[in-house]
Design a binder for this molecule. Sequence first.
Ligand code: C2E
Ligand code: MG
Ligand code: MG
Ligand code: MG
Length: 275
Amino acid sequence: DVKETGRAGAAVFDDQMQRKATQRMATKTHLGGALRRNELRLRFQPIMDLRTDAPVGFEALVRWEHPQRGLLSPSEFLPVAEESGLIVDLGRWVLENALRQLRDWESRLPDVRDLSIAVNVSTRQLQDPGCISFTEETLALTGVDPRRLHLEITETTLMGDVEAAIRHMTQAAELGVRLGIDDFWVGHSSLSYLHRLPAHTLKIDKSFIQDLGGTETRPTLIVETIIRLAHALGLDVIAEGVETETQRAELCRLGSDKAQGYLWARPLSPDDALA
Ligand code: C2E
Ligand code: MG
Ligand code: MG
Ligand code: MG
């Protein structure tokens, strides 16, 4: 009976929604404690120069080592962190620990030069009035050259004060920090203020990369157009989510400057990244 199945389906759906809502509440309650209990972890994914095929830096990606639920990925707790404002404290933890990690690698690898560390920040974090002074102080404290720090900006739904976010990005750029636009053209990332941002790089989302090199020509045309736009604006291009040799070759042909993805490495522990 179609009607019966439909109703059963709706019940299952309601049940899932209910469970999701309950889990969100629990996440919210425990996330603050996670920061205090030091349960956050960073993983590091190499960013490769496509011309030399050498790593030029790492992107820091946050994880939560939950005592019961195991290692959680950002999609399981970042939305709650954004909603509750905890993202500001979480972001500060990420920045400080990513910079400390870079210093640690630099001291162990004296021959390696100009390694950069990319840290993700949402526009919500950039509305924090103290974000620039915190960044400046943490750079000074850790002794990292501001040019080694790359901030990857993702637009979030809770846009709020766009002007404050743009002002803070400009101030970060004045410190010498490099700015990148992450998740370009997906979700909320918009073109409308691209020309107003003092950005240095543009990151092409993996959703554009996955269909490269197939029989369809459109994915190639889209990626080619994004690369042309970025280069015309003087931005360096990083392609993310590269999983196959075909995609890598295609990105080289299209002139992408850098890339990252499982083809080279998954996000790694600090020791694996060092190795
Ligand atoms: P993102 O900045 O666009 O990061 C890229 C995501 O793609 C990461 O997921 C990474 O693990 C994944 N990835 C990398 N290479 C491949 C690949 O070849 N194939 C596939 N399928 N995936 C790949 P992750 O670590 O789950 O992070 C998701 C998002 O969470 C990030 O997207 C970023 O927007 C956000 N995020 C992560 N860490 C932080 C943080 O410390 N602060 C803030 N504000 N956001 C963060
Ligand atoms: Mg990113
Ligand atoms: Mg991205
Ligand atoms: Mg992405």
